[in-house]
Write a protein that binds this ligand. Structure first.
Ligand code: NAD
Length: 341
């Protein structure tokens, strides 16, 4: 059946992968992308989508109530998937304000638009970081949907607040919502401030690879396309009012990832440079995705060994895309974080 899906943050990493997945997997649907095109976006990411007649793009800020309401009046979305967010933990430590504005107040504007114009589903793209962290010496522990919210950074706190607001709109106003919480994603179109593309970019240019602390922090890595299939499964099979954890059972310490990248690129480990640890750095994230497996029939299909090769290959073939992202504001940020290395 034909549907109109409004995707916020669709010029960013996961949102753009989701746009492409919808255009491919649901060719009868119309995809409306709303993105403010912050530093984290690259409009060229959407070049192929922009050629598709089922795709429209609006440069708009989700905090702008009037602008968002106008788009709803024009497009009448059936489904809204809210990816738009400030997403980088380090930036939230430097400047929390914009995280609260976009991630909480922007989400409120989207929820209000959904209430006013009516939708069959509002889906909030959430993070496992809302559960806080797990100790490194307890590999038997995993986050489930019942794990208490216990955030560490301004980023995760803003995302947890948004999730709570989403429930509140369900409970108070009966808005048909779902929430997914995902572990760390990797794959094409990720902005090179994040671990994997940062390391690929630096190693490719024989620049030092800055690794926090001793690099022992563990993340549960999920190939972005698997995440996007998970969100589609929640939209089509998930129960209204429910949260679904999406994870890859692919736990790796940061230093392992860095060494895999260096090996794949044929570069020396002498490029690794240990830098002062991130403030309040979460030790380990690990998701138990049993509910999504059982209720949605979803499970990831990309093994990390394959996904990382696909990812490195993609960045090697898209160094021009990387260069667009790393020009301008990025260099100021990089120098502020890691010095002029
Ligand atoms: P990203 O930073 O790559 O992209 C965010 C996009 O949102 C950008 O295109 C940006 O321009 C847009 N945006 C930012 N502020 C906006 C605003 N005020 N109005 C409209 N658009 C705005 O982020 P990502 O990694 O693709 O993450 C997408 C979502 O998934 C986020 O909500 C994030 O919290 C969540 N998430 C990410 C991961 C991960 O590993 N990357 C894991 C779990 C959950």
């Amino acid at each position: 059946m034909k549907k109109t899906v409004l995707v916020t943050g669709g010029a960013g990493f996961i949102g753009s992968n989701f746009v492409y997945l919808l255009l491919e997997e649901r060719p009868e649907w119309k995809v409306v992308c709303v993105d403010a095109l912050t530093y984290a976006a690259n409009i060229h990411t959407l070049n192929e989508a922009l050629k598709n007649p089922n795709f429209v793009f609006y440069k708009e800020d989700i905090r702008n109530r009037e602008g968002i309401f106008t788009i709803f009046e024009k497009e009448h979305p059936d489904i809204v998937v809210n990816f738009a967010a400030e997403s980088h933990v380090d930036r939230s430590i430097e400047n929390p304000g914009i995280f609260l504005e976009t991630n909480i107040l922007g989400t409120q504007v989207m929820l209000d638009a959904c209430r006013k114009y009516g939708v069959e589903r509002f889906h909030q793209v959430g993070t496992d970081e809302v559960y806080g962290d797990l100790p490194l010496d307890r590999p038997d522990l995993f986050f489930t949907e019942e794990t208490p919210i216990h955030t560490s950074s301004p980023y995760s706190t803003s995302k947890a607040s948004a999730d709570l607001l989403v429930y509140a709109y369900h409970r108070t106003y009966g808005l048909p919502i779902t929430v997914s919480r995902c572990s760390n994603n990797y794959g094409p179109y990720q902005f090179p401030e994040k671990l994997i593309p940062l390391m690929i970019n630096n190693a490719s240019h024989d620049k030092p690879l800055p690794v926090y602390g001793e690099g022992l922090n563990v993340r549960d890595w999920l190939y972005v396309k698997d995440h996007c299939y998970g969100i589609l499964a929640v939209l089509e099979k998930g129960k209204v009012g429910e949260v679904y954890n999406l994870g890859g059972h692919n736990e790796k310490a940061n230093i392992e990832i860095v060494k895999i990248i260096l090996k794949e690129l044929g570069k020396s480990e002498s490029l690794i440079t240990y830098v002062a640890d991130r403030k309040g750095h979460d030790q380990r994230y690990a998701i138990n995705p049993t509910k999504a497996n059982r209720e949605l029939g979803w499970s990831p299909t990309t093994m990390f060994v394959d996904g990382i090769k696909l990812t490195i290959q993609w960045y090697k073939e898209h160094m021009d895309w990387m260069a667009e992202c790393t020009s301008g504001e990025y260099m100021n940020y990089y120098e502020q974080m890691y010095g002029n290395r």
